[in-house]
Design a protein around this ligand. Structure first.
Ligand SMILES: [Fe+2]
Ligand SMILES: [Fe+2]
Length: 189
């Protein structure tokens, strides 16, 4: 005989211990402080830290643009003009990363630091003026790996604190991983 309504087999749903309600006071506060633009009370106390970290990433991207440009122009006469062209493609992509980071810094109410005097001090990756094509590829691979490591750490640190910044950094990280993969292949050939 089939069991009728065997309650032992019914999986019980968890009971809520607290209600899901919005913080009305914070919503009211969002109606004010209009000078803060996109930053509302929910953002949390780490805005300054995120801006500082983004500015260090901005410096890294700008140094990467300069390094790839240098390599693009000076590798012209060497054995692999195709790689010289790829250096330019990377330079353009790093410049786009820099623009997106600068835009996010402004959205967060910060100031993007383009000061050339402190660029290499703030950048995670180094500039390089090697004359040899293989040395160029190697220094770019090192820089990409440094970028990958620092973006990965940043993404983990930011977590759910700022989902817009996290998604931006995840996008950029995917590009840097592609760059590193290409450089690894070029180094092997
Ligand atoms: Fe980049
Ligand atoms: Fe890159």
């Amino acid at each position: 005989m089939a069991a009728k309504n065997d309650s032992n087999n019914v999986k019980k749903l968890p009971v809520a211990t607290e209600r899901m309600v919005l913080d009305e006071a914070a919503i009211e506060a969002a109606r004010h402080s209009l000078d803060q633009g996109a930053v509302t009370p929910h953002y949390g106390p780490w805005r300054e830290d995120v801006i500082k970290l983004l500015n260090d990433s901005l410096a890294t991207e700008l140094v990467c643009v300069l390094r790839y440009k240098r390599h693009h122009f000076t590798a012209q006469g060497l054995a692999s003009p195709k790689i010289a062209e790829e250096f330019l493609v990377h330079a353009t992509e790093e410049a786009a990363h820099a623009d997106r980071i600068a835009q996010r810094i402004v959205q967060l109410g910060g100031e993007p630091d383009f000061s050339p005097d402190s660029l290499t001090k703030r950048s995670h990756a180094a500039y390089d003026d090697s004359a040899d094509l293989k040395a160029m590829i190697k220094s770019n691979l090192v820089a990409e790996r440094v970028a990958i490591e620092s973006y990965s750490q940043l993404i983990e640190m930011i977590g759910d604190k700022d989902s817009t910044t996290r998604r931006l950094l995840e996008d950029i990280l995917a590009d840097e991983q592609e760059h590193a993969d290409e450089l690894k292949d070029w180094l092997a050939t």
